[in-house]
Design a protein around this ligand. Structure first.
Ligand code: NDP
Length: 444
């Protein structure tokens, strides 16, 4: 076995029952083989072994009381994975599927994503198996306050700065921040994705979706292509999906399908985004309602059927492993040319293989959805400097960051002889910077 294989083998033995973590580690480490070959000092210093082991894992009890007076207990997590290039940074996910494996896969990905932004942020991730669906505002607040009552002692503006993710939007960040401020008596940039009235940044809400479309657009420009007139499918109908849809439409694309966790809608005339926002954001309802309200639109139960709709560009923006090998093959058969991952690890390893072998331009999550965390880092900069930048200023910086990421992953892929393979490019470009910092710090 070579070095990478040995590290993966021992990771699987030491962390059994963590399939998502194994999947992310396999995807990353196998692409790093040419880098470790070029740098024998990495093996001497056990760099990969240290890279895949979180610096700290915090697991805690979150008790809270519902509106009927019943007591519930959830699990809370914060994985502080790697602080070599800056304070831990990464979102909090509230979803019943959350477990240590999922938080660790997200944390590992986050290290490289944050490195790719070019900004000084390390990698972390956290969350809970709490399900916000169907809960009242008071119950959400009670849960967030209890969650922060433990988390506060582990985070700080220069230590660890969490943000939102699935199930954690502006409302939850508000409650979490309120409780942090109350306990610590500090109004600091300890969370990002804050409201504009208390230290948030313009564009943070839109950033992940906009950034995704900016990088897809860069890849298209490099090939003399553009989004104008292209048919696009976007999975999900949450934060990332909504703003990816908005930006793609503003650049002239036609978005024809979206979904939520129950099923998908297909509107051949183009999705009316205001209606999606009204149903999902304002009323917190189900996407099914869209088909009842729009003539010509259809709704189907279940999610995977969305990938059988022919499109030029597919933007998975919901959750992990939503495109399997079969869905990827269907997309390719129907002519997809570009796939940009808005969600984290939405394509299985088999699906990625299909895309790469078919010559689809595949932009992996750690590069394609890095706009969110990059703008979080811009929010941190504004907080520290007590500044507030305009929408245009932040948007211009975001666009610039995404263009740089594209250039860097394209160059790294070329430098290592894998032209156009952005899985290789993103992993290598992200890793090299973290590895250099880790080497500089000695054995820590
Ligand atoms: P939201 O909670 O706002 O939206 C998630 C969307 O995905 C919802 O439409 C939800 O449906 C759907 N969804 C969730 N789980 C499933 C599932 N198991 N099957 C089908 N659909 C599902 O989350 P975000 O938009 O913030 O995040 C989406 C993805 O993007 C995640 O992978 C996240 O890690 C990633 N990401 C987010 C960033 C951000 O800035 N928000 C930054 C970088 C990555 P329903 O409405 O039914 O729950």
């Amino acid at each position: 076995m070579n070095y990478v294989e040995r590290v993966l083998d021992s990771l699987k033995k030491q962390n059994p029952n963590e399939p998502e973590f194994h999947q992310a580690a396999t995807e990353i480490l196998t692409t790093l083989a040419p880098v470790v070959e070029k740098h024998p000092e990495y093996e001497d210093q056990a760099l990969l072994e240290r890279f895949v082991e979180p610096e700290r894992v915090v697991l805690f009890r979150v008790p809270w009381v519902d509106d009927c007076g019943k007591v519930h207990v959830n699990k809370g997590y914060r994985v502080q994975f790697n602080s070599a290039i800056g304070p831990y940074k990464g979102g909090l996910r509230f979803h019943p599927s959350v477990n240590l494996s999922i938080i660790k896969f997200l944390g590992l990905e986050q290290i490289l994503k944050n490195s790719l932004t070019g900004l000084p942020i390390g990698g972390g991730k956290g969350g809970s198996d709490f399900d916000p669906k169907g809960k009242s505002n008071r119950e959400i607040m009670a849960f967030c306050q209890s969650f922060m009552t433990e988390l506060y002692r582990h985070i700080g503006a220069d230590t660890d700065v969490p943000a939102g993710d699935i199930g954690v939007g502006g409302r939850e960040i508000g409650y979490l921040f309120g409780q942090y401020k109350r306990i610590r008596d500090e109004h600091v940039g300890v969370l990002t994705g804050r409201g504009l009235s208390y230290g948030g940044s313009l564009v943070r809400t839109e950033a992940t979706g906009y950034g995704l479309v900016y990088i897809v657009n860069e890849a298209m420009k490099a090939r003399g292509d553009s989004l104008k007139g292209k048919t696009v499918i976007i999975s999900g109908s949450g934060n990332v999906a909504t703003y990816a849809c908005q930006k793609a439409q503003s650049l002239g694309a036609k978005v024809v399908a979206m979904y939520d966790s129950n099923g998908y809608i297909h509107d051949p005339d183009g999705i009316k985004l205001d209606l999606i926002k009204d149903i999902k954001e304002v009323k917190r309802g189900r996407i099914k309602e869209y088909a009842d309200r729009v003539e010509g639109a259809t709704y189907k139960e279940g999610c995977s059927g969305i990938w059988s709709i022919p499109c030029d560009v597919a933007l998975p923006c919901a959750t992990q492993n939503e495109i399997d090998e079969k869905s990827a093959a269907t997309l390719v058969k129907n002519g997809v040319k570009y796939v940009g991952e808005g969600a984290n690890m939405p394509s299985t390893l088999g699906a990625i293989d299909v895309f790469l072998k078919s010559g689809v331009v595949f932009l992996p999550a750690k590069a394609a959805n890095a706009g969110g965390v990059a703008t979080s880092a811009l929010e941190m900069a504004q907080s520290s400097g007590r500044m507030f930048w305009s929408f245009e200023e932040v948007d211009a910086k975001l666009r610039n960051i995404m263009a740089n990421i594209y250039r860097n992953i394209d160059k790294a892929a070329k430098d290592y002889g894998f032209d156009g393979n952005y899985v290789m490019g993103a992993n290598i470009a992200g890793f090299v910077k973290v590895a250099e910092a880790m080497l500089a710090h000695g054995i820590v």
